[in-house]
Every structure is written in structure tokens, then in C-alpha cells.
Design a protein around this ligand. Sequence first.
Ligand SMILES: *Cc1c(COP(=O)(O)O)cnc(C)c1O
Length: 331
Amino acid sequence: MNEKDQAFYTRGHNPTVAVLRQKLAALEGAEDALLFSSGSAAISSAVLAHVQSGDQIICIANPYSWTDKLLTKMLPRFGVETVFADNGDIETFQNIITDKTKMIILESPNSVTFEQQDLVKIAQLAKAHNILTLCDNSYATPLKQKPIALGIDLVAHSVTKYLNGHSDVVAGTICGRRELIDSIFHGPYMTLGGVINAHDAWLIIRGLRTLEIRLERTTQSALKIVQFLRQHETVDRVYYPDQLGTGLFSITLKTDELSQIELFCNSLKYFLMTCSWGGHESLIFPMCALNHSQNYQASQERPVSLIRFSIGLESSDELIADLTQALSLIK
Ligand SMILES: *Cc1c(COP(=O)(O)O)cnc(C)c1O
């Protein structure tokens, strides 16, 4: 890109956005990156740029809810079908690949129960079959995992989460080889126009400056809290990917009673209740709050008492004290 291109028209080029593109590409070890007005816009644009009627997509089970909507509700209208892999094993992927498979969509770890896939093996398998791979890396961030170095073609982020980290921007990115980024740019990026504005790009550049220190702090606190919860008598299970862990984890309680789950959640004083994550404030998200929406149904893998925690930058001792008092109310 020359300087004239960078200032031609902000749907395509903008000097502040150009700085951020370079920073994100550098972080992910990619040739280029595009910024979108949301993580969902980024993922759907990357997929739309690379599939056509008759193609098949393979996706890991239980992806992010709006990725799921794209694959199960929108794309079938245009003749693109998706098969979901039951687990992250390489054999599972081997068995469901067909001549029609065009793309493999991964989230490793995913952002609710944190299952992981073997990115190296899946990337090798995909390459051998000329299949494009996309990995949602929002959870681990490029500081903990660089999917491109592991052989993945495209990396997606909800920049809304850790990369911005201040809960004041909704944005997304796709990072990858220039040729792939170009086809997204000249296709869905410019046509659908889900682009970021310069002010949000500026806020994200501000956010990136503290990414490392924020992630260190939240990971340290989360580790302490995970340890505390793992040995707590009212907690059934803690879901945390120890090797790649950041500040997001989930628990299930030993009770299935909604009144008890509500009592616990409503009694926390330092955790706000909402569905986002990756910001400076600690949040909880009881999955049963989605019971009445079509986005969620309790299942064996996702029990009714599943609650997700995003640990912020507060004192971990205060957060543990808060959890102690709220857990003590559960009968
Ligand atoms: C939030 C999220 C998204 C979507 O990002 P938005 O910025 O909210 O559009 C995609 N993937 C994961 C894992 C997320 O948590």
C-alpha cells in the first residue's frame, strides 16, 4: 500500500487503520490483516470470500454462537453446507473430509468449555487436501498462540475481547497471507462494508500497548481463582485450558436448581453479569440466562449450571473473597 492508497477512502483505506493493520499482522506473524466493525463481521467476511455454492465447510462442535448461525442458517441458503466435527481428533477430521470440503473452521480453545484441537496436524491434513483453515484465536491471543506459525491460513479475533481489552470497542480482525487478505478485501470487506472507523482503530492501538501486562495480570489472578474453585465443595467442575490459559474459564456447580444458580450469581458484588469478556472488569455469564433463546440449550457438555467467568484487573484476593461469600449461600 502506498501513502496515497492509505488515504483514498475510509471504507477501504485509512491511515490510522493502516497502522493497526500492521500491528495486528506483526503480532500474529501474518503478512497482512484487515479490521472489521466486529469479530462476527471478520469471520463471516473471511468465510464468504472463500466458499461458493456446492462447497462444504467443516467446523468444530459448538463454535461461537454467531459463527454457528452463519454456518447453519445463512450459508445453506447459498448452497454451502457445514459438517461439525464431534471432537478435535485428527481422525475425526480425516473421516469427514470430502472432495467438496473447502474450509475448516477452528476455535482452539473455544470460549465456553475450552476444548482444543491439534492445529499443526489439522493444518497439515488440510494442506494435503487443498483446504483453507481458519482459527478463531480470540481466547489465547497471539501472545499465547500463533496459529499461522502452526500452519493455519487465516486467524480471526474478536478484537472486542483481549486485544482491545477496555470494553469500549466492538471490532474484529482477520490475519493471513496477502493473497488471502486481498481476496477478502476485494470481496466481502469492500462489498458488505463492515469496516472499522478510525476512532475505534485508535482506541485499539491504545489497548494493544497494555496487552501483555493485562494478560499477565488476568492470567495470574485466574490461576489463583481456578485453584480456589477446584477445591471448593459446591463447585462440580472447572473448565480451564491450563497450558494456554488466560483470564476466561467456566465452572459448573453441584446444584442444577435455577434458584440456587441465580442466588449465587446475583450475590456476587464484584462481577458484572453479561456475555462479553476480555475487558478490565470481572464478568460472569450464567449460560442458563440463554435458556429461552435459540442460542443455547443445556446439554451434557453444557449443563444448566455452567457459568463463565472473565477475570478483570481487580485484586484477586477481593475477587476470591467475593466468590467465597456468594458460594457459601448455595445449599
Ligand atoms: C465475541 C466473540 C466473537 C464475535 O466477536 P464480536 O466482536 O462480538 O462480533 C467471535 N468469536 C469468539 C470466540 C468470541 O468470543
